[in-house]
Each structure stands twice: as C-alpha cells, then as structure tokens.
Design a protein around this ligand. Structure first.
Ligand SMILES: C[S@@+](CC[C@H](N)C(=O)[O-])C[C@H]1O[C@@H](n2cnc3c(N)ncnc32)[C@H](O)[C@@H]1O
Length: 222
C-alpha cells in the first residue's frame, strides 16, 4: 500500500483507470515535481483526488476558491479547471521555490490565469483575507481547501467560517493520516485526530469524511 493511500494500490489503479485522466499539464507537473522535490512529491493531491476537486468545484458552480498549501500547484490547477469561466483560485503558501515552480506550469495551462498566489505565512495571510472580506474589498469564497501545516488546521478551519459564504464548502486534506488516526502514537497523529474531533463536534457544518487517498473532510457551512 502506498504511504498516503488508505485503499490498496490495486484499488487505486482501478479507480484511476475508470476516471477521466488529468489534464496533460498536470501529468507533466506530476513528473517534474518528482525530479524537483523527490520524496516530498507525495504531498501533491494527485490524479484521483485532483479530479474529485475539479468535479466538486464545477458541480457547485463555484466562482471563488481559497486554498491553504500550494506546493507545486497541482491542486490549484484542479480547482482552476473547475471554477466558472470568470472564476478565481486564491492559493496561499510560504515556499517561494515550490510556488515559482508552480507558476511555470500554471503558465502552460489554459486555466493558469485564474490562479492568484499569496506568498507568505498562511497564518498571517488568512487574517489579511478575513480583513479584506470584512471591509468589503473581497467577497466571501465559495469553497476552501485546507492542505498546509497540520498544526495550523484548527486556525485555518476557524478562519474558513469567516472566509467562506453560508452554503459554501470547506475541504480538508490528509484527515486519515495514512490510517494513523486509528491508533495515534506520535504528535502529528494526535494533531490530526484532535482536529477531526473538533470538526465532528462543530454544529456550524454538515460533514462527511471520505476515504479518498489520505482522507478528505467535506463540510458544508449551514
Ligand atoms: C501538502 S503541501 C500542499 C500540496 C498541494 N495542495 C498540492 O496538491 O500540490 C503543503 C504546503 O503547505 C505549505 N505550508 C506549510 N506551512 C505553511 C505556513 N505556515 N504558511 C503557508 N504555507 C505553509 C508548504 O510550504 C507546502 O507547500
């Protein structure tokens, strides 16, 4: 079983083989990220989760998406493909190298011009965005995707209640943490398990935890 996949490699392959393939730029980006980042390339959401993000965004008719954790830009491209033709994906990361690598591939994609990158610490950027929304400079987002530092998940989650409109969605990645949430032993396992309990008891959302790749929370603000 691959490190981040909850299902077996065979099931993962079968699912991929029966799904629409990713856009060719995403295929190139996946290969290039392996050469660029080595082992860290597994942080990318990849083909199956990426297609899920694109379809969910399109089915919601979402115009605006905010993403916490850009890395080399795969999931940002997935959202950019799904938003409306006048839509925008605002993605946050503090890593200048990974995000300039991302830009190279966004520039090759027909959807890349819909992506706005906010470079800097996510905990500060999230406050800037909340202030911009509160002062009417920006409308609330239709959809948020949390995929940055795991210890920061509760902060991003709380911020999403200001950033995302009522009826909109919050997605959170890696909530099964390779299955370690079943028997937490190290600090990161407890961080994710604690966060999952926080979402479980949050009555402001209706939610479902999905065993796609490393686990995704899908929540709607009610
Ligand atoms: C799991 S990766 C994101 C993967 C991306 N969604 C994709 O599909 O390719 C997490 C990213 O969060 C970023 N990150 C971690 N801590 C951060 C922080 N405090 N502020 C902003 N970005 C942060 C890292 O630089 C890394 O690029």
């Amino acid at each position: 079983m691959s490190e981040f996949n909850i299902t077996s490699d065979e099931i993962e392959s079968y699912c991929k083989n029966h799904s629409t393939p990713p856009h060719p730029v995403q295929v190139d980006l996946t290969q290039a990220t392996l050469a660029f980042a080595g082992e860290a390339a597994r942080m990318q959401v990849g083909h199956l989760e990426g297609k899920f993000l694109t379809l969910l965004t399109r089915l919601m008719n979402a115009k605006t998406v905010v993403e916490f954790g850009t890395f080399t830009g795969y999931s940002a491209l997935a959202f950019a493909e799904g938003v409306t033709s006048d839509g925008r994906v605002t993605t946050l990361d503090r890593d200048p190298k990974a995000t300039s690598f991302a830009r190279e591939y966004w520039n090759q994609s027909p959807f890349g011009s819909k992506i706005e990158l906010l470079l800097g610490d996510g905990h500060q950027t999230v406050n800037t965005l909340a202030n911009e929304i509160a002062s009417g400079v920006r409308p609330q987002f239709d959809l948020a995707f949390i995929d940055a530092d795991k210890a920061g998940y509760p902060i991003y989650w709380e911020a999403c209640h200001k950033l995302v409109r009522k009826g909109g969605a919050i997605l959170v990645d890696n909530v099964l943490w390779s299955g370690a949430v079943l028997n937490p032993s190290d600090r990161s396992d407890f961080v994710i398990d604690h966060f999952n309990k926080l979402v479980k008891t949050d009555v402001r959302v209706e939610k479902i935890m999905l065993p796609i790749r490393d686990g995704i929370f899908l929540a709607q603000i009610i």
